[in-house]
Ligand binder design. Sequence first.
Ligand SMILES: Nc1ncnc2c1ncn2[C@@H]1O[C@H](COP(=O)(O)OP(=O)(O)O[C@H]2O[C@H](CO)[C@@H](O)[C@H](O)[C@H]2O)[C@@H](O)[C@H]1O
Length: 810
Amino acid sequence: MASIKSFPTGLESSILANRHRPLISVPNYRPKKVGGIADCNSPGISSNSAVDLLSRVSLCNGRRSWARHGVVKAAGGEAEDEAEDSLQATIEKSKKVLAIQKDLLQQIAERKKLVSSIKNTLIDPEDGEQPYKESKVAISRDEAFAESEELGNDLPGNGNGSHLKQFKSSSSYLDPATKSEENGKDLPVNRVQFDASPTKQPKADSSWDIQSKEVPKMPWQYSALSIPQPSSSNSFYNDSKYSAEVIASNTSTFTEEDSDGKSKDTTIKTSIILEKSSRKEEEQHEDARESNPENGNVKAEDPTNQDVNPPPLAGANVMNVIIVAAECAPWVKTGGLGDVAGSLPKALARRGHRVMVVVPRYGDYAEAHDSGVRKRYKVDDQDFEVNYFHAYIDCVDFVFIDSPLFRNIEKNIYGGNRTDILMRMVLFCKAAVEVPWHVPCGGVCYGDGNMAFIANDWHTALLPVYLKAYYRDNGLMQYARSVLVIHNIAHQGRGPVNDFNIVDLPPHYLDVFKLYDPIGGEHFNIFAAGLKTADRIVTVSHGYAWELKTSEGGWGLHQIINENDWKLRGIVNGIDTKEWSPEADVHLKSDGYVNYSIDTLQIGKSQCKAALQKELGLPVREDVPVIGFIGRLDNQKGVDLIAEAVPWMMGQDVQLVMLGTGRHDLEELLRKFEREHYDKVRGWVGFSVKTAHRITAGADILLMPSRFEPCGLNQLYAMRYGTIPVVHAVGGLKDTVQPFNPFEESGLGWTFSRAEKDKLIHALGNCFLTYREYKESWEGLQKRGMSRDLSWDNAAQNYEEVLVAAKYQW
Ligand SMILES: Nc1ncnc2c1ncn2[C@@H]1O[C@H](COP(=O)(O)OP(=O)(O)O[C@H]2O[C@H](CO)[C@@H](O)[C@H](O)[C@H]2O)[C@@H](O)[C@H]1O
């Protein structure tokens, strides 16, 4: 069983430091001696480049710490005369620097005065923005170091998006190869133009030695998204003699050389200067983002804009995150996985991460454009070319992998025989794992540093295996991690052991896939391999995390899950509150439906109920409870339980509306209910997002008698729409629907403890009674549900913790 290594503090911090290593490897830098002081302004580095600027700051910081340890001084220890001369030169130079700094401080003070006077006229002083900005000026020297290291982290070589966060469109980020100190190999970070086969050792581009050469401009740097030059109205930034890198270098030198009272002064100056350079960098990215036509707006000239960006919510945890899924709403969705893949990324992006979703291109999606990148991958000894399409929406990059294998299955994405499906998933995972190398998003590839994949369900459980077998085992993608999310353990990608030949892995990987259980015998199991190889495992509720470890809930994988319990975490799904909002729902804007809120609940909801009844041809009656069911028709969703309870239900004055698609026998059951009870039941066989929204709004009760339910989204949507859930207390349903307590007027719905007809009837009976007799309690249930925070924000924060845990695990 793998375990987290705990490093002794020193080792750990040096490893962490390596992982945050700036683009330029400091030990390779040979500072030029100027009068005994190393010169940070090394020639050959072009000015006016954000990267250069950062590089210089990084270089200076690197050298500064050398100087602290006497390395620079030792280099100056030649003839005594020379030393005196150089000391004199140093003093002279230092004086000049002091003069420059004084001048600079004065300018900063004036500029601050100006900005705050403008702000006072524009912004309410109580909006709480000032403290952060002001306190930053007073940061200590150590903090300044830390901050400058953060700048280093932002360098594209390590792929950190802390500045890319909301500013992902800042295309002038370069992405050169980084050196691996551990293995001495060049790690390819950006290989947009390279033509390497997936298993080939990627080419290192030696021309990327920015320590000695000017950084070459790559084609994508000339795009419209290039970082704009500082505004001409900004005299501070325009004055080259005050460029942050020069000042930072000189100031740091000064701090080193002076031992008396001056050091304190210069510390503050350093802080200010680094703060300024960091701000300048942020402004440039912000400018790039604002001027990005994809964002649909151009920033107005506003001198106070430099101060309005709060730091990312994720803070120092900002990462590049790549979510890989077989479906993603709104383009392709068969169930809850599509919803999660469409909404979790946006929540992660809101926290400041640079986020991409990779999904097959099953159809011709209008928003996505051909990136022009073509790659070839082998699947079962056949060569397949893939194209990558790209869209940037809500601060998330969506990359669609196009191949003949994915075409013409839009209506049946999991269709075909076992080998067909397996081949699709092999191609998808092989191509997906290299997306961060090949696909320029907003002009710049993600690179493989500070990056984590989030794979979902068995369809993409091969990704963690490929990441390990093809790359990390070979010293590549050393800083990339994988998290595997279990949405449903019942589907595992099982097959005969021979299927191993199709996945194209080194022979010793066979054992990772082999599984014996009483049902399947010895077989090939993709989910098993993914669970063993992923750095972390998430499942979509706490209840399900527990159930997975039982022989009933683990579906043959419980032993593997127990063995890997240390890396498993339950995180309850959120919902996309933009898509599922009764106030703004686009499907409630016609046909008699209306948008409503908690304040207009009674009127709005009864109007939607009437519209639903009318649309479905049911008697339009306010007093009859309408029960809804929405879901995939399979064993999981407990449709058979509903079937058992239907005779009882039909004896009540109720209406039942069911929407679903799936198993043909269950589809037939829906049709039969409708035929036999046409005055009370509608069974809609098919997949209709609009109808799902309308049922959620128009029904009074949502029934979810699932036999197992990892999380369940429909009950969450229902609560948001003031529709009361009645659920089997299992998995995520148990986690999210607190049972109604009539004595305390608490809870959110009704639950029943066993998947049995009588239990279901009992819960429904109580629900009907409350609906009819206790209107106030009913309204209380509705309002409590509607006012719950069901958004993804909490869950995204928890995912972030998992990603960070994976990142620091070796
Ligand atoms: N016929 C139809 N027409 C229109 N829309 C339909 C539909 N049938 C289902 N849907 C929609 O598909 C989604 C289903 O989500 P669920 O979470 O309930 O189930 P699913 O079992 O697919 O997901 C799995 O993954 C999710 C996400 O993690 C877990 O919540 C869940 O427990 C797990 O089983 C909902 O958005 C629902 O409205």
